[in-house]
Design a protein around this ligand. Structure first.
Ligand SMILES: Cc1cc2nc3c(=O)[nH]c(=O)nc-3n(C[C@H](O)[C@H](O)[C@H](O)COP(=O)(O)OP(=O)(O)OC[C@H]3O[C@@H](n4cnc5c(N)ncnc54)[C@H](O)[C@@H]3O)c2cc1C
Ligand code: SF4
Ligand code: SF4
Ligand code: SF4
Length: 380
């Protein structure tokens, strides 16, 4: 291994730097991917160790400003996970001779990072995919773009931003990065297993994981909805929310704190005081409110350039940290984690997830039922 397996984030920095193509990213028995070195091709140059963010950790920034924001374009905001600020940042960069990199939602192939040149194509990377998205060779493509004087916007998990920075090895004025507040990532294998047993359609499958602020797995085939299950009915979504399936390293994530790696950090402004501004945030929360931390001078410049196209209010960083646990510490490993692993390897996904999540599922069902009842009572 390049770094210890328990720490590896699957960031692909080692894979991108190896000029001998000696590194393959391979799924282990649970579906988590790790680099494997082909000793016959390896020349022991040491570059993979040099770029690994677990061996050479990058400095994190204390954020300078905290904003509550949302995109004034309701259509974009509706299709985004929080307030639709990610799309707005990418649009601005593309309008200014740039390109954006983000992760797509097509599951016939792997969910992976893609390069976007046109604003009309940004829908392909919109929305959170609650799964480990593969970088593949995109760090190399980003470097080419930067050398060719393109402005680049990269939005990914903090460990992916770290991988990119270490791979590049120096600062580029024309690179802008946004990291997302991150709870952890399950492997794509579990998602594929969840979906394949529920739908017959196979063609052009795309996924989405949220319906506004509610967690929900939706699968489309050729753009037509073929599966929709809310959190109380879907084991994958429930397992993600309950931290049952995360990669091992995510339970010890170095980036789950208020010091950040990107120029900007994007997340959900869960903890915002909903009584402020005459209850504005209470009225707006259903459409999604973005938390935006500005961490560097570049980030500040970027936000200043998009401010006229969105709602924004400066808030305190303490408010953001208080309401968002992943700005304080990594997600806590579900107590059924090791049992799940054992059962999965013996009986497969369906049985293992059912056994380990049945109580959580029941609790969610009761909670959903009670909140519906409460709403009915309000209308009587
Ligand atoms: C795995 C994961 C866990 C998260 N956990 C939290 C959390 O605990 N707390 C919180 O406040 N916010 C969390 N978020 C972030 C949140 O869901 C939104 O992505 C973020 O607020 C941006 O929303 P938006 O409306 O601005 O843009 P959106 O359009 O929703 O975001 C799109 C951008 O997110 C990137 N993205 C989407 N999925 C992935 C992925 N799997 N890997 C890398 N990049 C991806 C895309 O590249 C794209 O540019 C998480 C996101 C992911 C993907
Ligand atoms: S030591 Fe060099 S050649 Fe060998 S896997 Fe690492 S980067 Fe590739
Ligand atoms: S560079 Fe990334 S993928 Fe490679 S070993 Fe280090 S953490 Fe793992
Ligand atoms: S929790 Fe940390 S290590 Fe895991 S995907 Fe998110 S940023 Fe990377």
């Amino acid at each position: 291994m390049i770094c210890e397996k328990k720490d590896c984030t699957g960031c692909f920095a080692c894979y991108n730097i190896c000029t001998k193509n000696a590194i393959e990213m391979q799924e282990d028995e649970m579906g988590y991917i790790y680099p494997v070195i082909n000793q016959e091709k390896c020349i022991n140059c040491g570059m993979c160790k040099k770029v690994c963010p677990n061996i050479n950790m990058i400095e994190l920034h204390k954020s300078k400003k905290t904003y509550a924001m949302w995109n004034n374009n309701k259509n974009i905001r509706n299709k985004s996970t929080s307030g639709g600020i990610a799309t707005m940042l990418c649009e601005y960069i593309i309008e200014n001779n740039g390109v954006a990199y983000g992760c797509n939602n097509e599951i016939n192939d792997n969910i992976k990072f893609i390069r976007i040149e046109k604003k009309e194509d940004l829908y392909k990377v919109q929305g959170s995919k609650y799964v480990h998205a593969y970088i593949l060779d995109n760090y190399k493509k980003i470097k080419d773009d930067l050398i060719n004087e393109k402005t680049v916007m990269f939005i990914g998990t903090p460990c992916q931003v770290a991988g990119l920075k270490n791979y590049l090895g120096k600062e580029y004025e024309n690179l802008y990065t946004a990291d997302i507040v991150c709870h952890g990532v399950p492997p794509q294998k579990l998602l594929r297993e969840e979906i394949s047993k529920k739908i017959n359609e196979k063609e052009n499958l795309t996924v989405s994981f949220r319906e506004n602020i509610k967690y929900c797995l939706k699968v489309y085939s050729n753009g037509k909805l073929v599966l929709k299950e809310m959190q109380d009915k879907n084991f994958y979504i429930l397992g993600f929310v309950k931290s049952l399936f995360n990669r091992e390293n995510c339970y010890n994530c170095k980036y789950a704190n208020s010091k950040r790696i990107g120029d900007i950090t994007l997340g959900d402004f869960w903890g915002i005081n909903k009584d402020d501004n005459n209850g504005l945030y209470r009225r707006e929360e259903k459409l999604g409110i973005s938390l935006c931390l500005v961490n560097t001078g570049k980030g500040e410049q970027l936000i200043n350039n998009i401010k006229d196209k969105c709602y924004f209010e400066e808030r305190s960083v303490e408010e953001a940290i208080k309401g968002n646990s992943q700005l304080r510490s990594p997600a806590i490993r579900n107590k059924e984690y090791f049992k799940f692993k054992k059962l999965y390897l013996k009986y497969g996904y369906k049985k293992a997830s059912k056994k380990c999540l049945k109580i959580d599922k029941l609790k969610k069902k009761i909670k959903t039922f009670l909140s519906k009842e409460k709403q009915n009572c309000l209308f009587i």
